[in-house]
Design a protein around this ligand. Structure first.
Ligand SMILES: [Zn+2]
Length: 362
């Protein structure tokens, strides 16, 4: 996420007053500090700050080798229980594990984040991007930072991909899953059914709005669900460009926009580089085709309930007794994407076992 304040008031004095007030209300700096050249990391203890400083030092040359047009100047990182810039509660903080405040050249990082390295890589990318990267339209800088962070911190990439690709697919109509349930006793018939995972549409034309809505900015005032959708769409389109031509391909579009005197890269250039149409169907198909088997496992872990209900319904319709609900011993259950190639067995997925036993008790 990128935290840029909206300086929209035309009256400079009011802006100055606001800045002074906000300055006075800034969160208190964590007490322990580790300084390494232009980098300062503050945390609760020197050890905590030192760990983050070392991770940053390793990430910096890797980022410079991966993404063109990046450079790091002075940078501060504050480690906090929940990332926040100001001492008062603010909707800017939403639920992010990391924030970058460009005005302060400061990364705010959540303490104990599961994917600390990946979150740090995302925020570091925001901090390092130089012109003409600022010509990326809408939410696309978020996709760029996500894509870079997935390369720099592959350990956290799986969770990110599953979340972003499902966010994109939900924004474009949802995810149709096929369940194949086969009793393990010989001669028994396989039962097949489909389940649609969906969410209410956040935007009638989300796949176009991702080029105009800046969901990464604190001033965008979007709810969490809308942010999830735009971050997903942004990741999807950027990842497709990167897979086809590397980060260079996206950078060249920014350079071309600059050379032609355009403030932003036009959406059709990006769609062309990503080999996407501007229709929701094209984006949904792309998101679903991008799902690997592990991404599907991640999706099921996040949204087990509807699948579990359908499976429990079928289990209850069978005329054999399940010993203590142990369906995984009796049935072989395969789940796959209807539009896409990913598939996985549900038998060994613990979130599924838990959700089905809850559904059977209802
Ligand atoms: Zn971001």
């Amino acid at each position: 996420m990128d935290l840029t304040l909206a300086h929209s008031s035309p009256i400079l004095a009011r802006v100055a007053l606001l800045s002074a007030l906000l300055g006075a209300c800034q969160a208190v700096a964590p007490s322990a500090e580790v300084v390494d050249a232009s980098l300062t990391v503050r945390g609760e203890t020197r050890r905590e700050a030192g760990d983050v400083a070392r991770t940053l030092k390793r990430l910096q040359p890797e980022l410079e080798a991966l993404v063109p047009g990046v450079a790091l100047g002075d940078l501060e990182v504050w480690i906090q229980d929940q990332p926040h810039v100001y001492s008062f509660p603010s909707d800017m903080d939403y639920d992010a594990e990391g924030l970058y405040a460009p005005d302060l050249k400061r990364i705010l990082l959540a303490r104990g984040s599961r994917d600390m390295k990946r979150v740090l890589a995302h925020e570091l990318t925001h901090a390092a991007l130089q012109s003409p990267w600022n010509r990326l339209p809408g939410t696309l800088e978020e996709g760029l930072c996500d894509s870079a962070s997935a390369c720099l911190a592959p350990g956290g990439a799986q969770r990110l991909r599953a979340g972003r690709l499902s966010g994109a697919a939900f924004a474009c109509g949802g995810i149709e899953l096929r369940l194949r349930i086969t009793p393990k006793v010989s001669g028994a018939q396989t039962f097949e059914t489909q389940v649609l995972l969906s969410k209410p549409a956040i935007d009638r034309a989300a796949a176009q709005s991702v080029f105009t809505v800046s969901a990464g900015l604190s001033s965008s005032k979007l709810d969490t669900e809308s942010k999830r959708a735009f971050y997903g769409l942004s990741f999807l389109v950027v990842d497709r460009v990167v897979q086809r031509g590397g980060f260079d391909a996206l950078y060249r579009l920014c350079q071309r926009a600059e050379a032609e005197g355009l403030e932003e890269v036009p959406a059709p250039w990006i769609l062309d580089a990503a080999q996407l149409e501007s229709t929701e169907d094209s984006w949904r198909a792309a998101a679903l085709q991008a799902f690997g088997n592990q991404d599907l496992v991640g999706l099921i872990g996040m949204y087990p309930d509807k699948l579990a209900e359908r499976l429990a319904e079928h289990i209850l319709s069978l005329d054999f007794d399940l010993e203590q609900g142990r369906w995984w011993d009796t049935l072989s259950v395969e789940c796959s994407l209807v539009q896409g190639t990913a598939s996985t067995k549900l038998n060994d997925l613990w979130p599924m076992r838990v959700a089905v036993s809850q559904a059977l008790r209802r």
